[in-house]
Design a protein around this ligand. Structure first.
Ligand code: SF4
Length: 366
């Protein structure tokens, strides 16, 4: 399937520019629907990761799998509003058997479609189906190049299986000339040497991008790196930056319920359900406006009553407050423009390296 990336880039840049203009005079009502809608295909997972509220048992809301009908309803409501959708949030999307059909539906509706996966179930047969469905981007959450560390943090995961699946996906991507943007990602760790090893190891393969993302403390519910929170707590609350998340992100849980914050893993801040109210109305409904109003006035007591622990959250506090949002947007535009150069061919060293490691992995299995 040939994809017109310039169409996505144009749509994205237009939307970024509108949002930037609007952010000069921000209000609790937002005239611009977010570029990207986060979709929870399922809220169950086969892993028990130590850096995930689902993995350590903090997610207590009802478990379920998104029905294809629910997904269709979301896509039909957002195809003219958003630019992309991302299968992410609180479960492993490849565990939803409709995933290839879901991908194909949103791609046909003109939405740039991304999947964030732990890779454990992305077996060659599923990879083939997902590529054929026209997926645009797949992020493999690989987290480590070291078997021991991988299996310590991604509990129940098997390093070799995930690596095998990710490399097979890369191989198919090149052989089919599918131009899926493939990323190897790692959540930041206290140990800088591990970051370097991760980047060095995965950069030898044909990933379009290898990166480490910032540790998210999930509204203070996860232990670990909290330097950002400590730094902020030295300031009076009136000087804390305003989090921009509810102005440019929205998430839909498996049952169609919408939350104004992507870190709201328990759905304490559900704003409405797309099965009962169109998402464009939820985007500026009373609950959403109250949440933004409390953020603008730094009323953390009201936010707690609304179900959000913004006072403890480290997501987007330092990098994406409104002053820095422009810089983030600028770098995203540059990334989009660079994307066209980041695909590999069968002649590349990176493609050949895939075969060497796949052969080693196969020998280990014997
Ligand atoms: S501060 Fe954290 S919890 Fe509050 S809206 Fe932003 S991302 Fe969500």
């Amino acid at each position: 399937m040939s994809v017109d990336y310039s169409k996505f880039v144009r749509k994205k840049i237009n939307s970024y520019i509108k949002q930037l203009r609007y952010m000069d005079d921000i209000k609790e009502t937002s005239p611009y629907f977010p570029l990207n809608v986060y979709i929870e295909a399922i809220n169950g997972c086969n892993y028990r990761c130590v850096k995930c509220p689902q993995g350590i048992g903090l997610m207590t809301r009802k478990k379920g799998v998104m029905k294809f009908e629910t997904y269709k309803k979301i896509i039909d409501q957002i195809s003219d509003l958003a630019v992309e959708i991302t299968f992410a949030l609180w479960g492993e999307p490849t565990l939803n058997k409709y995933l290839p059909d879901m991908v194909s539906y949103s791609v046909e509706k003109g939405l740039y479609t991304s999947i964030i996966t732990n890779g454990s179930r992305m077996f060659p047969e599923l990879s083939e189906k997902i590529i054929n469905a026209g997926v645009n981007r797949v992020v493999f959450s690989l987290d480590s190049s070291d078997k021991r560390l991988y299996e310590e943090t991604r509990v129940k995961g098997v390093f070799e299986t995930t690596l095998y699946n990710a490399l097979t996906f890369l191989k198919l991507n090149i052989e089919k000339n599918a131009k899926v943007w493939c990323t190897a990602s790692m959540v930041e760790h206290d140990n800088d040497e591990m970051h370097k090893q991760f980047i060095d190891f995965y950069s030898q393969f044909p990933f379009s991008q290898v990166y480490t993302s910032r540790y998210n403390n999930m509204q203070g519910s996860l232990p670990g790196k909290d330097g950002y929170v400590k730094e902020r707590s030295r300031l009076p609350q009136s000087e804390w930056p305003v989090c921009s998340t509810p102005w440019h992100k929205i998430a839909v849980h498996f049952d169609g319920r919408v939350t104004g914050c992507i870190t709201d893993y328990n759905g304490f801040c559900h704003l409405g359900n797309i099965m009962e109210e169109p998402i464009i109305e939820i985007w500026n409904n009373e609950k959403m406006r109250n949440m933004r109003k409390a953020l603008l006035s730094k009323d953390y007591t009201s936010l707690i009553k609304q179900g959000l622990r913004c006072d403890k959250c480290n997501h987007k506090w330092d990098v994406s407050d409104f002053n820095n949002y422009a810089r983030e947007v600028e770098s995203q535009i540059v990334n989009e423009i660079m994307k066209k150069d980041k695909y590999f061919t069968v002649d590349s060293e990176e493609y050949k390296n895939v075969f060497k490691v796949l052969a080693d992995l196969k020998n280990e299995k014997k």
